[in-house]
Design a protein around this ligand. Sequence first.
Ligand code: AMP
Ligand code: MG
Length: 533
Amino acid sequence: MTPTRTTLENLTFDNGFTQKLPCDPETANTRHQVTRACYSRVNPTPGKAPKLVAFSREAARLLDLEENTCQSDLFTQIFTGNMLLKGMDPFAMCYGGHQFGSWAGQLGDGRAINLGEILNQRNTRWMLQLKGAGPTPYSRTADGLAVLRSSIREFLCSEAMFHLGVPTTRALSLTLTGEKVERDMLYDGHLRLEPGAVVCRISPSFTRFGNFQILAARRENDLLKSLMDYTIETDFPHLVPLSQDSYALWFREVCEKTMTMVIHWMRVGFVHGVMNTDNMSILGLTIDYGPYGWLEDYTPDWTPNTTDAAGRRYAFKNQPQIALWNLGQLANAILPVVGHPEPLQEALDNTMTFFHKGQDDMMAKKLGFKQFEPATDRALTTELLGILESAETDYTLFFRGLSLLEISKKPSENQLPAFIKKAFYDPHQITPAYVNRLNAWMKTYGKRLGQDQVSHEEKKKQMNRVNPNYILRNYLAQTAIEKAEKNDFSGIWELLDVMRTPYDEQPDRKVFSAKRPEWARHKPGCSMLSCSS
Ligand code: AMP
Ligand code: MG
């Protein structure tokens, strides 16, 4: 049977969240504390002159929408928040969260408005959410809007992460509202009017750890149970029928999904930048692309977020521990419904074991081994990361280049292979002692590879499936942003296309795999980002 052609008008809505969970009785769109409810109904604010910037054809396909539909005026109107389709039931979610380790009380969708849930032709559920379409009851002191630069970053990175194989929410579209939005990008007193933009994100669910936390903090245990039951029934259907044991099984799964996501981040060199509990998806998806960044030189202590520069709470190397801490907060929140702390504690105890095993397996894959052999590989990986840290070395280029190493060829004693030299940022750091150390490591590494008895070609193929050739380098996104602010969106489309096949060699796009140029070393937007968006 050929599926019926899906147009915007015949999308099938099935709004479980608003139908099954309690709504804020206050209907006015005013900032307020929302108690005894999981969400508030609120309409998007129409933009003055909506204009399409870009869309993702792969995300559109998840909704059974074809490319020409995405190019229609109706599409632009809907996904900027200017029109609603029959069946949409717009709302903003109530959640709280720990920000930088401290409880912040009610946060909520301050500039996100869910339009409704779609069931596609394969019966998969997708929540549509506009980010930047105006204020909601949760907007606190802010305006509910988003600017073009941060929206480009969210749009491109969501799709790049998907193609890299990292669990993530998706981005359907990016539009301009035609309004100007005032922002102080570096928080240094320099206000600037920037183009307002809206991203339509899609995800099976946008529920965060903080949705449970706010109900627990208010001791609304009946609602807490309703939200837990709803989440399990909707997003973890294999745990149904529900019993008292289901909650611990569910929590264990959330722990594993969260850690799996973080291991992928460590594999591709992604730093989220704001791992507050309100930015942690219950599905273990990367969510809320704000001041994120990609490791260029391997610096485990690096954070892209200027707000975090002093504490480095969310630095690259801290992400697993922070994920665990956040899971601990989720455990505290759901405890009143689970009843006993023991199964939650047990799941938390197992989480770091799960992480370490996953991290080892991931490193083994990055190095081209069949599997991680602790006896040899622990020392080998530790020494390698020490070497990478000792001279500024591009994380992505190094691992990608390493696949070219042929163990049958004898390395030259005091020269490094060209593919590794390409990864260095500062040739002055490459001292004879450094060359000796790296050569010694490569000798041991070559011997270890030999044990696996896999052909060079086969090993190379396997390594190139986990070590990307292309990542959304900070300066590349910034270059596309600067062009787009001058009304040229070609850089966005081009990056979207490059990131479609990040593990391939794209011969005419070698420049996108090059290391960060020197001009971008300290440039705002390239090496430092603020939360201002
Ligand atoms: P974030 O740090 O982006 O995760 O945001 C933390 C909280 O602030 C969330 O509740 C957001 O919805 C809210 N927020 C961030 N930016 C804005 C904005 N421009 N307008 C309204 N609320 C915002
Ligand atoms: Mg957020």
